[in-house]
Design a binder for this molecule. Structure first.
Ligand SMILES: NC(=O)c1ccc[n+]([C@@H]2O[C@H](COP(=O)([O-])OP(=O)(O)OC[C@H]3O[C@@H](n4cnc5c(N)ncnc54)[C@H](O)[C@@H]3O)[C@@H](O)[C@H]2O)c1
Length: 355
């Protein structure tokens, strides 16, 4: 295995099984020496499915951290464990690719970034949409001034029924850091700041609601991401399922609305970039529709939509070889975490927060 980069995958739940293991299985130069999950059956399922990719199944991630052959780990656990597992891994001298959000708060995210710097290790965050080719093109167009000046961005991430793992880690604030805003909003906020070429947050104002599963037992739905845990004794739902917000930055203003669930049977996931020359609607995870104010015409992009996770994981493995920080490096995601924190604070205080 000496020619391959040896890694461990910590957390073998939905995102590991549905995105990262399939991606890693397509990358020649990687060997997952350890697949780790507190529930061993989940890691075993990955070993069974990818026998030549996966070595051992473990339940204690510290076994992988103690192995000098392991160069890097992927942290694919619920949000609350990102901090502890990542800090332990960095201190053990491993590079880390940690799923989004960085962790449950901005302050802890900064600590993680500082530890990566101290240990001189790469710490990347799984904001996979930065690897979508349509997003790359929007970035380029903005850099080239094709939009003129982007003065406002609006995004909507609203779904009919999509509360994940009701009653479990996703809906327990102490474990997730929040609801739809930190879970989905991080992708949208991060994409906006990325396409704008970075922006400093000046003020943030938000209101959040938790309306759709006040009584978990009577929440009606058709499908659920993560464990369906609403019947588990003692399950918790103390996070928001809806958010509305307004943000001022040193570039554009931003408005957003997000719903994990709503009584409108339509999913709307998009970002509108309003420029004085051109504007674009980016369908989340897909194409964009570009409108010219001069020609009064709209064109839809025709990008080949690639596997973002494959690009993200390949870029991480490349980064640990070269030592060059790429666009998913934690340093590039901190402003998004700062904004989420400010929005939660604003919602709690019921007033605008100045940064
Ligand atoms: N990039 C994306 O688009 C995307 C999509 C979904 C989820 N995510 C993120 O991925 C993370 C995981 O989400 P998921 O949907 O896969 O959750 P999940 O609950 O399906 O899986 C998490 C797994 O981690 C395991 N785990 C928890 N603590 C552990 C520990 N200390 N050691 C080993 N294993 C541990 C759990 O047993 C579970 O199997 C979350 O942070 C989520 O925000 C990202």
């Amino acid at each position: 295995m000496s020619d391959k980069t040896v890694i461990a995958v910590i957390g073998c739940g939905r995102i590991a099984q549905g995105a990262h293991f399939p991606a890693l299985s397509q990358i020649e130069g990687v060997y997952v020496k350890y697949a780790c999950d507190l529930i061993p059956e989940k890691a075993e399922a990955m070993k069974e499915k990818y026998p030549s990719l996966v070595g051992e199944v473990i339940t204690d991630y510290k076994i992988a951290l103690a192995d000098p052959e392991v160069a890097a780990v992927m942290v694919l656990t619920p949000n609350y464990a990102h901090y502890t597992v990542t800090m332990d891994a960095l201190k053990a001298g491993k590079h880390v690719m940690c799923e989004k959000p960085v962790t449950t708060s901005y302050a802890l995210s900064v600590e993680m970034a500082n530890e990566a710097k101290r240990q001189n290790k790469i710490l990347n965050i799984g904001v996979c949409n930065r690897y979508q080719s349509s997003v790359e093109r929007l970035c380029e167009m903005n850099k080239n001034g094709e939009f003129g000046s982007i003065y406002h961005v609006h995004c909507s991430f609203r779904a009919f029924r999509s509360i994940p793992g009701l009653g479990g880690a996703f809906t327990t604030k102490a474990q997730s850091g929040g609801g739809v805003l930190i879970d989905w909003g991080i992708h949208f906020v991060d994409l906006i700041l990325y396409v704008l070429g970075g922006a400093k947050i000046k003020t943030a104002s938000a209101t959040t609601y938790s309306e759709m599963a006040k009584d978990m037992k009577t929440y009606r739905y058709r499908g659920m991401w993560a464990e369906d845990t609403s019947d588990v004794e003692g399950g918790t739902n103390d996070v928001e399922d809806f958010v509305t917000a307004h943000v001022r930055t040193d570039k554009a203003t931003i408005s957003l609305s997000g719903a994990w669930a709503q009584n409108v049977e339509r999913d709307e996931l998009y970002i509108d970039f309003l420029g004085d020359k051109k504007g674009a609607r980016l369908d989340y995870g897909g194409q964009f529709h570009l409108t010219s104010g001069e020609a009064l015409e709209t064109e839809t992009s025709t990008h080949e939509l690639e596997n973002m996770y494959l690009k993200e994981d390949s870029a991480f493995l490349e980064s640990i070889k070269t030592g060059i920080k790429n666009k998913n490096h934690v340093d590039n995601i901190l402003e998004s975490m700062k904004l989420l924190d400010a929005l939660y604070l604003s919602a709690e205080k019921q007033e605008e927060v100045k940064l």
